[in-house]
Design a protein. Sequence first.
Length: 413
Amino acid sequence: MERKNLRVNGKRLRAALEEMAKIGATSGGGVQRLALSDEDKQARDLFIKWLNEIGLEVMIDEMGNIFGKRAGNGKDLPPVMSGSHIDSQPKGGRFDGILGVMGALEVVRTLNDHGIETERPITIVNWTNEEGTRFSPAMAGSGVWAAKLDRDWVYGRADIHGKTFGQELERIGYKGKLRARQWPVHAYYEYHIEQGPVLEKEGKLIGAPKGIVCLHWYDIYVEGTANQVGPTPMEGRNDALCAAAEMILKVNELPAKVGGNMVATVGEIHNFPNSRNIIPDRVHFTVDIRSWDDELATRAWEDLKLDFGTIAERRKCPLRIEETWRVGHTPFEERLVKRVLEIAGQLGYSSHYMVSGAGHDASYMSQVAPTAMVFVPSIDGRSHVEVENTKWEDCDAGANVLLHCILQSASEP
Ligand SMILES: [Zn+2]
């Protein structure tokens, strides 16, 4: 068969995704596979079984990142790498992350079917804790691997039950011996659902993001004074939840206030002691700010901090702020982004040049290797929810683009 007519096996890709979707399946049709949970372990075990079945060399590093390497003819050449993540959000979807891992697996299976050898090795990867929902920050496995996050700091991050990343990694048996430290990579491709409405709105099949917006994460702790709600007059209360409520609205109003292209969100809140007849004395909430313009995001935060300070003072609720995590906006490798668009065209798919509003492991990878992503549409633009969905034929199309991107890069001397 002529190379250009090569296509992935869509049925097999679908079967792999459906098999994975059983692990941590939720009643609403999604999955819950939190990082380093029993479900994460189960999905990892299955992934490794599949890697072994096709004869790949399996490696696990000290962050639990899993690599499956298919040899190339030029043995010492840096590989082409492709993958994403197996973990999910709480009550998340069946495509986020796992599509990129199963897509890369399907690419290698297809090459094997046709006995196609490549000059460069091809390495499939599953990055640990991309979501950052159980343990913050997100993209922890790729971040340490790319030497942008400190390994021991990540090991010490705790979930809401006080279990640490390091303990849980060991518990599920995925603390590998290999050092989590980057090696030369010729090209990194990450295949992912769009997680937004743009492709659907534009009526386009393949998205080629020019890069990822910056991600700034903050943790805010507000303190108040607890008391019996009945006998305590309204006047003079230090209600931590009311202070937080005012602050949360300031976050929501921020993008309109500073202008430019920015989104700002409070997605998580913990109220203590969380009893209907006690005035709240402690609130913890998160702030997420994203923009293509790092400086705008930073200025907006400085502005927001002033507002937070004013509210805290007026309500006499002391404030503690943790600047948890910052990743600058990430431009991808132009040459590879163009390749995604070109290959989409050659395969007869419509395509769209865009920006990714979601963070991905590709963000850290692009800091150490030439990187690009392939997007396919999310139905109704929904993601991180159980109804997250993508048409099977769109999954195939994206995998075909990935196949030819990988083939081209792996053929380069
Ligand atoms: Zn993802």
